[in-house]
Design a protein around this ligand. Structure first.
Ligand SMILES: Cc1cc2nc3c(=O)[nH]c(=O)nc-3n(C[C@H](O)[C@H](O)[C@H](O)COP(=O)(O)O)c2cc1C
Length: 199
């Protein structure tokens, strides 16, 4: 882990080597183990790898070349269908073995918590979980020798249209993945004494 944290960096120049689908699958399979609030996993991951699609995605990302030039881009998508009547929340809650009474209690708990919230508030809540998964994804990729760049600079309307999953789904980040011949830059970070407070 120490080496992964020290050596991962945001790659902005990928070479033309394609990542094997099995490696992409492994990255996603490990990413899905990420923690999320109440274990709800309010996310989806869209894999983009066709040349034309990556080109279009690069344009949507303000012409960022690391997106159009990567091997695979993973669009991390937040979902806000967390209210009581939604199938997703019912399915998530129903995964653990529970008596019918305890199941209803859990559903009531989530309904009391989420139903009063606006769709925007729920989307923000889901986005936070997506950021955690994304942080894990880039480190998992690094552990498998894959370089990455987290990208939040995009046109939201155009990306919504590109993703087209409907009103309950919102793309929040793009993770560009690939290989590179670049030499990793050295890290610029604040020192510990500037950011840590012992109370
Ligand atoms: C939420 C988020 C959004 C980012 N968006 C972009 C982006 O749109 N384009 C880009 O080149 N880098 C982007 N980055 C990468 C950061 O610039 C980078 O992580 C930071 O400068 C530290 O450098 P390092 O990742 O190489 O250690 C983003 C990073 C994060 C966490």
């Amino acid at each position: 882990m120490k080496k992964i944290m020290q050596e991962r960096y945001s790659c902005r120049e990928f070479n033309s080597k394609k990542i094997d689908n099995s490696v992409i699958e492994e990255i996603l399979d490990l990413t899905r183990l990420s923690p999320s609030s109440c274990g709800l996993e309010p996310w989806k991951f869209m894999v983009v790898s066709k040349e034309n699609d990556l080109k279009e995605l690069g344009q949507i990302c303000n012409d960022q070349a690391q997106v159009s030039g990567c091997s695979h881009a993973i669009i991390v998508i937040a979902r806000n269908d967390l209210k009581g009547g939604c199938d997703f929340i019912k399915a998530q809650v129903d995964r653990k073995p529970r008596t019918p009474e305890r199941l209803q209690k859990a559903l009531d708990h989530f309904a009391a918590r989420f139903d009063p919230q606006t769709n925007e508030e729920l989307m923000h809540y889901a986005s936070l979980q997506c950021y955690i998964a994304s942080a894990n994804m880039v480190n998992i990729a690094q552990s498998l020798g894959v370089k990455s760049c987290i990208v939040a600079g995009f046109d939201p309307q155009k990306l919504d249209k590109f993703v087209s999953l409907g009103e309950h789904f919102k793309p929040v980040l793009i993770i560009a993945l690939g290989y590179s011949d670049e030499i990793a830059p050295s890290k610029t970070r604040q020192s510990l004494d500037k950011i840590v407070i012992y109370k």
